[in-house]
Design a protein around this ligand. Structure first.
Ligand code: ACO
Length: 350
């Protein structure tokens, strides 16, 4: 596991004055997100697989998930989210000097989706690359952005998590098709801004590669008539095992983040886990004694949007009820790889 914890003991605000917090690695200066209009309801899924609205609501907390329009690809959604984040941060495409786009559903295998996004933004020459870390991809990209801003190598980094999971969902598999939706979330990362990033950590465990995967379409099993006939191009999931691993790993990440900055998990004003399943989020809260009102579950209308889930949830929460200066927010992702990422954000004045 990599950790980017600094050790300065400067207090950051009146509310957290009693807690000596680390200095900021960098900050999130602006947030944006995009969700397609079309909603796939539980009743619609129940017309094609043996399931029901009641089962899906009880087991996942999801009532609907968004679905991109046929002509809409990951970079199109990323573009919408990026424009919103840049406007929020008060920067233009000319100010960007790095673009990191986390996705498991690129527009095309080659070239990177980040390059399509860069072209749409009209900032040719700015380095742009994809990051593949499943549902924790936004946190991986945020850590890379934090490291490059902190080092002075880059000043204004666009970080995007975007996924069009409906394009790789097997709608004949009732266990997985109920979970996934499309969307994009973006953040502008800079030396200063509204959310100081005061802690960041990422990790992976390749022994879990079989737990969440797309079997075919890569160099191991290239796309073929057979791979398509056997749905090898769709996402396979060992639901029960992933459920347990997600709860254990995200709880561990939050515990370590709290300990590193000298607080308890219950001291976070808001914990935003990857929005994979409402029951996973509730179980994390129980493990750590984080009360439900401090644990964000924003999955009901969006479903699991993979790398986009955390920036969407953070952006929606902050828009619905702006987070007050001094609040501590812990974001934690978990997904295919297995891979996980955790950051602590300290809210600043606008
Ligand atoms: N409708 C009705 N019954 C169903 C459905 C459904 N949609 N899906 C499964 N079942 C059945 C099963 O067949 C099983 O029946 P059986 O007892 O006769 O065998 C029963 O319900 C219980 O199945 P479980 O798998 O134990 O159900 P569970 O409560 O674990 O819910 C789920 C399944 C929703 C997939 C859950 O395990 C889960 O959310 N797992 C984690 C998914 C996740 O975190 N993904 C994130 C990583 S992937 C990514 O983000 C891109």
């Amino acid at each position: 596991m990599t950790s980017l914890i600094t050790t300065s003991t400067t207090s950051q605000s009146a509310i957290v004055a009693s807690r000596p917090l680390p200095a900021a690695l960098c900050a999130i200066a602006g947030l944006g997100h995009y969700l397609p209009d079309r909603i796939i309801t539980n009743d619609e899924l129940a017309q094609t697989v043996d399931t029901s609205d009641q089962w899906i609501m009880e087991r996942t907390g999801i009532s609907g998930r968004r679905c991109a329009a046929p002509e809409e690809a990951t970079s199109d959604m990323a573009h919408r989210a990026a424009l919103e984040a840049m406007a929020d941060a008060g920067v233009t495409a000319e100010d960007l000097d790095l673009i990191l786009l986390a996705t498991s559903t690129p527009d095309t295998p080659v070239p990177s989706t980040a390059c399509y996004l860069q072209a749409r933004l009209g900032c040719g020459g700015v380095p742009a690359m994809d990051i593949a870390a499943g549902c924790s991809g936004f946190g991986f990209a945020l850590q890379m952005a934090a490291a490059s801003v902190k080092s002075g190598l880059h000043r204004t980094v666009l970080v995007v998590g975007a996924d069009t999971l409906t394009r790789i969902t097997n709608y004949a598999d009732r266990q997985s098709c109920i979970l996934f939706g499309d969307g994009a979330g973006a953040a502008v990362v800079a030396p200063t801004g509204r959310f100081d990033v005061i802690y960041s950590s990422i990790g992976s465990d390749g022994s879990g590669t079989g737990m969440i995967r797309v079997r075919a379409g890569g160099s191991r099993t290239p796309a073929s008539l057979d791979s398509v006939a056997t749905a090898g191009h769709t996402l396979e999931l060992h639901g029960r095992e992933v459920f347990k691993a997600a709860v254990l790993r995200m709880s561990d990440c939050i515990r370590k983040a709290a300990s590193a900055i000298g607080v308890r998990p219950g001291d976070f004003d808001l914990v935003i886990p990857h929005q994979a399943n409402a029951r996973i989020i509730e179980a994390v809260g129980r493990q750590l004694d984080v009360p439900p009102e401090r644990l964000l579950s924003d999955i009901r209308e969006t479903g699991n949007t993979a790398a986009a889930s955390i920036p969407i949830a953070l952006g929606r929460a902050d828009r619905a009820s702006p987070l007050a200066p001094g609040k501590l927010v812990c974001i934690v992702g978990f997904g295919a790889g297995l891979a996980w990422a955790c950051q602590v954000l300290l809210v600043r004045d606008r």
